[in-house]
Design a protein around this ligand. Structure first.
Ligand code: AMP
Length: 217
């Protein structure tokens, strides 16, 4: 049976980076719900128009929107051999819908990797984060700057600060995370699926801790 891996953690825990690396190692797609939503907003789709205001304020987009987006994405052919998802599920309602969906598509929940960091670390990472408008690559002005200044090393695209990485929005995202998403840690622990890893270390160290906790190293 094909497996699904979920990454859970506060904003800036590094879940996107780790999910991408695991996706390359296991050779299965990486689905980031935030990226799907940002793409829908950029393209001005009906769903993107509905999501935009919530995202700009740092609030969660309503469950029915994210659930239908996730369903459509996980049902595509490239996910047939399993997939990695970050940023979904983010509420208990999404978790229930996700578990139903896995059953109906014939997937097993491989593991939920919970990357934990302190609020201080998150704020310092987020306020310096810069993203590429064209390819989505992520940099940090101090810890991981682009060699080309305000252009992307990989594709030359323009780097920008996500509106929701500005300080007042970061605070809202954190309180939403604590209220809506943190309860999932307990939920997946009770299912015996949670693998917790500290996200305070370097990318490589977090990765080896994660691989050994998944028994993949
Ligand atoms: P991210 O890139 O994962 O930090 O997500 C950016 C924003 O997209 C979040 O602050 C939410 O507004 C929205 N979003 C992403 N995933 C979800 C989800 N599973 N449920 C609701 N809103 C989401």
């Amino acid at each position: 049976m094909s497996g699904a891996y979920v990454f859970l953690g506060p904003p800036a825990s590094g879940k996107g980076t780790q999910a991408k690396q695991l996706s390359e190692k296991l050779n299965i797609p990486h689905v980031a719900l935030g990226d799907l939503l940002r793409d829908a907003v950029r393209r001005g789709t009906e769903l993107g128009k509905q999501a935009k205001g919530f995202m700009e304020k740092g609030k969660l987009v309503p469950d029915d929107i994210t659930i239908s987006l996730a369903k459509e994405r996980f049902s595509r052919d490239d996910c047939k051999g399993g997939f990695i998802v970050d940023g979904f599920p983010r509420t208990l309602k999404q978790a229930e819908a996700f578990e139903e969906l896995l059953k109906s598509l014939g997937f097993e929940l491989g593991a939920v990797i919970y990357i934990n960091i302190s609020m201080e670390t998150a704020v310092s990472r987020l306020s310096g984060r810069r993203s590429c408008k064209r390819c989505g690559a992520v940099y940090h002005v101090t810890f991981n700057p682009s060699k080309k200044g305000d252009r992307c090393d990989r594709c030359g695209g323009e780097l920008y600060q996500r509106h929701d990485d500005e300080e007042d929005v970061i605070k809202t995202r954190f309180s939403v995370y604590e209220k809506e998403t943190l309860p999932l840690v307990k939920h997946f622990t009770s299912l015996g699926k949670l693998a917790e890893v500290s996200g305070e270390e370097s990318v490589d160290k977090v990765q080896s801790a994660m691989l050994s906790s998944l028994k993949l190293s």
